[in-house]
Ligand binder design. Sequence first.
Ligand SMILES: Cc1cc2nc3c(=O)[nH]c(=O)nc-3n(C[C@H](O)[C@H](O)[C@H](O)COP(=O)(O)OP(=O)(O)OC[C@H]3O[C@@H](n4cnc5c(N)ncnc54)[C@H](O)[C@@H]3O)c2cc1C
Length: 281
Amino acid sequence: MIPAQFDYVAPATVEEALSALAEAGEDAKIIAGGQSLLPVLRMRLNAPELVVDLGRIEALRGIRDDGDAIVIGAMTTHSDVFHDALVRDNALVITHALELLADPQVRHRGTFGGALAHADPAGDLGAPSLALDAEFVIAGPAGTRTVAAEDFFVDLFTTAIEDGEILTEVRIPKRPGWGAHYEKFVRVAHQWPIVAVAAAVSVEGSTITEARVGLTNMGSTPLRARAVEQALVGQPATDEAVRTAAAEGTNPPSDLNGDADYRRHLATVLTRRAVLAAAGA
Ligand SMILES: Cc1cc2nc3c(=O)[nH]c(=O)nc-3n(C[C@H](O)[C@H](O)[C@H](O)COP(=O)(O)OP(=O)(O)OC[C@H]3O[C@@H](n4cnc5c(N)ncnc54)[C@H](O)[C@@H]3O)c2cc1C
């Protein structure tokens, strides 16, 4: 289908983009890589009067070192984040998740910020960002604010970004030397996960000293498996030690790919695999 008619602007700065959004109010929509928005417009599930394209704002692109954190510009493509050494060295689970996200075409157009702003519960970047305690920098008419990952994902396709605001960058605390793995369960290749688990662990000798575990598609937002994280600390990285129930406190959806009980079972199995792989066991 062809989208409903809309006006289009492509500002060169965040300030110009914010002005355009403020002027159009609720009738405006931001476009980043367009990989999720364009299908929505084509199906006429949304019919904005103005589309504000962030593609010409160079300041929103790139990855930089900021001391204790790495900072990923919202308009940095999945492919650029995947190939970045700073990300690989300090937030390896993001690199692993990107390797399995969609196909090369989508990874060359889709953006890190666009995927997180879209907040699809089956999206592959939410759980790793949550597990790593990412912070989301959001610019709006009243200035810039920073939102913790815990507060960023509000509900299905809903984040803390308000109308008229722009996600500008994502800050990820560095975890050099941590092992990581993203275990994604799909029915066909290059698809959104039925369930996936992001695991990052710090191992000394053969003992897990710290663990971060995030779950994808086990609820309306990405989830932290805190009970598992706590249970892993001080444990040897062995199969038996990580066999802790991962599905506690989740509310997975039932759909054609599997019911909620099936997803809970999957989460337990995938968590064990992800943690063991992250720990190099
Ligand atoms: C065939 C296909 C397969 C896919 N498979 C997967 C997969 O396996 N795993 C996965 O995680 N994803 C998958 N995706 C989605 C992909 O990751 C998209 O890149 C992503 O969901 C949206 O990113 P985008 O840059 O294209 O954003 P857009 O589509 O341009 O925007 C998405 C939404 O976010 C808003 N938005 C975008 N940027 C900002 C910003 N900076 N500030 C505020 N709001 C903003 C837009 O207004 C829109 O509502 C797939 C997509 C396709 C087409």
